[in-house]
Design a protein. Structure first.
Length: 234
């Protein structure tokens, strides 16, 4: 008999709420949302436009602070850290993938992937090695010198994934990563994301509108009007 150790929880949100003050009054974007993500798990957050997916991902990634509730990354309570410590946690422990890729247009694919390593002051020789390995892992070894405009949308997002993973984060957050891709390319990118999450044992949260992308999820959380309404296939 083989015993499998339960997967380690890496990211945990407890009772997260976020209220935005606007000229027209208060908007409750997220209400009392709780979730956990384990190492090597791909959690998909789905829900209609305006349901709070981006708000939730921004809070999980410490890009925003909740009105109430907490986010834990391992033993560290992200929501209790000061600005400097949050910045360090973001650089060292979390990788981000954006819907519009977020690549720097004047930098090559390799230079874009290198950015997180420069921010972490990784020595140049090690940077070159890790960038090459990251581009290889997303199938772009032959495209290192190309600028973003010389790449297709799917290739640009693969560069985005390589950049998010090059520094070996514990957490990967992707907000609508396939939102600007046609359905065939979206499927390729989502398959790649699922593979790297499982291979590298990253705890990943991916938001999407696209029902087809649910198939790659280990677990699905559904948001409606800022509330977790359903735990889908999990
Ligand atoms: N900075 C802000 N100020 C005011 N209201 C905001 C702000 N950010 C989000 N909201 C509101 O919070 C709610 C949730 O928005 P959010 O962007 O999180 O939804 P979403 O599910 O990501 O939507 P989409 O799928 O369209 O990207 C919406 O009603 C939105 O208008």
């Amino acid at each position: 008999m083989t015993a499998t150790a339960p997967a380690r929880t890496v990211l945990r949100a407890q009772g997260l709420s976020r209220v935005f003050g606007t000229g027209a009054g208060e908007v409750r974007a997220l209400s009392d949302a709780s979730l956990e993500v384990a190492a090597g798990e791909l959690l998909v957050v789905r829900g209609p436009s305006g349901s709070g997916k981006t708000t939730l991902l921004n809070l999980l990634g410490a890009l925003d602070r909740p009105t109430s509730g907490s986010v834990w990354l391992g033993d560290a309570e992200l929501t209790a850290l000061g600005e400097k410590a949050v910045l360090t946690a973001r650089r060292e422990r979390i990788g981000y993938v954006f819907q519009s890729f977020g690549l720097v247009p004047v930098l090559s694919a390799a230079e874009n992937v290198e950015v997180p390593l420069r921010l972490r002051r990784t020595p140049p020789a090690e940077r070159a090695e890790r960038v090459a390995a990251a581009l290889d892992a997303v199938g772009l070894a032959g495209h290192a010198k190309q600028r973003p405009y010389e790449l297709s949308g799917g290739q640009q997002q693969r560069v985005g994934i390589a950049r998010a993973l090059v520094a070996e984060p514990e957490v990967l957050l992707a907000d609508e990563p396939t939102g600007q891709l046609d359905s065939g390319t979206a499927a390729v990118v989502m398959d790649l994301l699922a593979r790297v999450v499982h291979d590298r044992r990253v705890a990943a949260v991916v938001s999407t509108h696209d029902p087809e992308l649910m198939a790659r999820a280990d677990r699905v959380v559904e948001l409606h009007d800022g509330q977790v309404v359903d735990r889908g296939n999990g």
